[in-house]
Design a protein around this ligand. Structure first.
Ligand SMILES: [Zn+2]
Length: 334
């Protein structure tokens, strides 16, 4: 079963490759696959076709005709939409294998290596990370880009994801995780004004380390208001001192439909109810949450939240971009 599912994933890869070549070849017919339409109330087509023209799905059905189309024979394969990776850090991709228990834990190691990365290093990590996601059937990513040491770093990350062919929101973050420095609001404003293709900007927002530091809150508030005024989506981690962070988000009225809270491990029922009432979204990342010690992700715990997604949280931290592995871990009974 799994092998057959993975055949479906390899079809997704073929689609991505086709997408990149669209300028020279504008019609593709995927024929005779087990088509999982995922349409609300829709049914699977055990022997179905998908017709793509000019990068858009124009028909899903049986025995579709398409003169001159490139044909992919999907017999005995699954055909399904690409996965959405709701939260990642692709700039960490090239640190694979560096993390271990004890002194070599993820945060101290990645923080040290982050400081010496140049724009070219960012490009290589994010480009190769995006290709890894595509090859695993993930066609969209919410990338929390929190190693932007200057505009050249930010531009390199944007270019990497644009060049890769993946669809992404790049959540523009700061130069490090200490939250002492603001993100580069002016540069983010420049990116927000540019015409967008598959890659669009958002705000990678962090709360003050010291939740009583009002000066830091004022700086964070400026970032948040800028995103709000420019209709940019926002992601924010609620982890570490998670309960106090969540309470601060609620008390200061920062939860809103354009905000996605990441992790929220061990959130209380009251906190989750506040998130739901505000129409905010939730991203959980089972593989990485287990790796960094937040424990097994309790999907049943988050049942009241309507808008939620699964994230990889960086291929090198999760071990791979395998959404099937992520789902299997998430599906473990509590
Ligand atoms: Zn994260």
């Amino acid at each position: 079963m799994i092998r057959r599912m993975m055949s479906g994933v390899s079809l997704l890869l073929a689609l991505s490759a086709f997408d990149l070549q669209a300028a020279t070849n504008n019609a593709l017919l995927i024929r005779n696959g087990y088509v999982m339409t995922m349409a609300p109330g829709g049914q699977d087509l055990p022997q179905g076709d998908v017709l793509i023209r000019d990068n858009n799905i124009v028909a899903v059905g049986k025995n579709l005709e398409a003169n001159g189309a490139q044909i992919i024979d999907a017999q005995d394969k699954f055909v399904l939409p690409g996965f959405v990776d709701a939260h990642s850090h692709l700039w960490v991709t090239t640190m694979r294998g560096q993390f271990r228990n004890g002194d070599g834990k993820f945060f101290p190691v990645s923080n040290r290596l982050a400081k010496v990365m140049q724009p070219d290093d960012i490009y290589i990590a994010m480009y190769s990370g995006a290709l890894e996601l595509l090859s695993a059937g993930i066609t969209s990513s919410g990338d929390f880009f929190d190693n932007i040491q200057g505009p050249a770093w930010g531009d390199a990350g944007y270019k990497a994801l644009n060049d890769s062919g993946i669809r992404a929101i790049v959540y523009y973050g700061g130069p490090d995780k200490t939250t002492q420095k603001s993100i580069d609001i002016d540069h983010l404003a420049v990116l927000a004004r540019q015409p967008h293709g598959r890659v669009t900007p958002g705000l990678g927002w962090r709360l003050p380390r010291d939740l009583k530091n009002e000066e830091n809150w004022a700086m964070r508030d400026r970032e948040y208001r800028m995103a709000q005024q420019n209709a940019l989506p926002v992601q924010v981690h609620v982890s570490g001192d998670a309960s106090a962070m969540f309470d601060a988000l609620i008390a200061r009225h920062y939860l809103a439909p354009f905000v996605t809270v990441v992790h929220a491990t061990d959130a209380s029922e009251a906190q989750l109810a506040a998130l739901q009432k505000a129409g905010a979204a939730l991203a959980v990342t089972p593989l990485s949450e287990q790796h960094v010690g937040y424990g097994l992700t309790r999907l049943d715990h988050f049942h009241p939240i309507t808008r939620q997604g699964l994230g990889i949280d960086g291929n090198s931290l999760a071990g791979s971009g395998d959404m099937f592995a992520n789902m299997r871990l998430a599906a473990l009974p509590p």
